[in-house]
Design a protein around this ligand. Structure first.
Ligand code: CTP
Length: 404
């Protein structure tokens, strides 16, 4: 059977020079067995005609929201329900801005608001427009809403610039669509993630903590929910909104995170320890704010429980993944932690490099298991999270098969 047999793909075409590649894309999608319907924005029709896309798709092309004739054929709500996926290729900077703002001022934005189907964007624009902070802010909003981003690729552009902003090639986009249907690898699996920093109280107004932003853990929670898992996120204090379809348990200290993790044992099949847990806490938290009476002071600290080790030792041990955030000898320390903490997998991440460190939006990692290692090159934390969840799911499923 072809990869996209019987799949309904609603292809949105917006205004950009890459619109000419949409014609080839329709052919590739149909080669893979998809039924394709096309919606064009007014700007798209400046670049390519509806007639071309109608001839290639074999279906009428939809162009306006308030067209009685089109509504009589297949109304816009019906079209939104018909789609198994909405793929917008090319997606212009203006279209992404309108989508990020929840606009419904033309047929395509209205369909995106109305559809229950996943939405994927294949951005195409000048590299300066792609890099502009306004576009990047819109991309972040869209990815946080679980909209899939296919590309863009980097290279030579129609305007003569070189950089990121080229639409992915038609075959690549067709493959990515097929992957969307294969990606619910974790359907119904219970997954717990720890994320963010912990705070260890010194007195009622002070604490010991670290620079963790929680971004990686939250991105993993979102990617796991997208893959069909039932996700519980045990989170230290962060400024991040809880991803959709994720249950968040807010904690402050390592002791509270430990308790919440232990309470999840028995129901949880995969445990991902992404939190930057404080290793020590003050032995006593002062009842009142400490006054600076002396020139020096000492705070005695005591070890916190090692949460991921406790999970890996539990009688109902889930498939357990740890993180190793190191500033030197990354792989050496990661291998040591994999073994010492009895983990199934460890994700090693170099926090000395500020472009992929604690507060950065990007990350690059090496994933180690007892059987081997695999590197994932630098990319946005959301994209990286999707790749990591894919890897974790594959390992989890193959371990489960071996156990049968
Ligand atoms: N971890 C944990 N509980 C702790 C400390 C760490 O669950 N009390 C988890 C982290 O979430 C991470 C992994 O253990 O998945 C490794 O964390 P890291 O701080 O690098 O390791 P430590 O054991 O604290 O080792 P060290 O500080 O000596 O590097």
């Amino acid at each position: 059977m072809k990869q996209l047999s019987n799949r309904h793909i609603l292809l949105g075409v917006t205004g950009g020079i890459a619109a000419y590649k949409s014609a080839e894309l329709i052919r590739r999608l149909k080669d893979h067995g998809a039924d394709v319907r096309v919606v064009m924005t007014a700007a798209a029709m400046e670049f390519i005609t509806p007639l071309t896309l109608q001839a290639l798709s074999g279906n009428p092309v939809h162009t306006t929201l308030l067209d009685p004739a089109a509504e009589a054929g297949m109304g816009h709500i019906e079209l939104a329900r018909w789609a198994d996926v909405i793929l917008i290729a090319p997606a212009s900077a203006d279209f992404m801005a309108r989508l990020a703002n929840g606009r419904g001022d033309d047929l395509l934005t209205t369909l995106c608001l109305a559809t229950p189907a996943p939405i994927a964007l294949a951005p195409a624009m000048n590299q300066g427009m792609w890099r502009d902070p306004a576009t990047q802010a819109n991309v972040n909003i869209l990815v946080e809403r679980s909209i899939h981003l296919f590309g863009p690729a980097a290279g030579e552009q129609a305007c003569g610039d070189v950089g990121p902003g080229r639409m992915l090639e038609a075959e690549d986009l067709a493959q990515r669509c097929a992957e969307l249907f294969n990606s619910r690898l974790l359907d119904g699996v219970q997954l717990t993630i720890t994320a963010g920093p912990t705070r260890e109280a010194i007195d009622p107004v002070r604490y010991i903590s670290n620079h963790s932003s929680g971004k990686m853990g939250y991105a993993l929670a979102r990617a796991a929910a997208d893959a069909g898992a039932r996700v519980t996120l045990i989170s230290g204090p962060t400024n991040l909104p809880c991803p959709e379809r994720v249950t968040r348990i807010d904690i402050v200290s390592a002791t509270e995170m430990h308790e919440a993790a232990m309470a999840a044992m028995g129901q949880c099949q995969i445990f991902i320890a992404c939190a930057a847990v404080a290793d020590y806490r003050p032995i006593n938290c002062a009842g009142q704010k400490i006054k600076k009476d002396n020139d020096s002071m000492q705070i005695e600290l005591v070890r916190n429980p090692d949460i991921v080790s406790a999970v890996a030792k539990h009688a109902e041990r889930p498939f357990t993944i740890g993180f190793a955030a190191e500033t030197q000898d990354l792989l050496h320390y990661a291998r040591d932690k994999l073994q010492r903490k009895n983990l199934d997998m460890i994700v090693a991440n170099d926090v000395a490099n500020s472009s992929i460190g604690f507060n950065a939006n990007d990350n690059a990692v090496t994933v180690l298991t007892t059987k081997g290692e695999q590197s994932i090159a630098q990319m946005g934390k959301n994209q990286l999270a999707a790749q990591l969840i894919q890897l974790i799911a594959q390992q989890f499923l193959s371990t489960k098969q071996e156990g049968l």
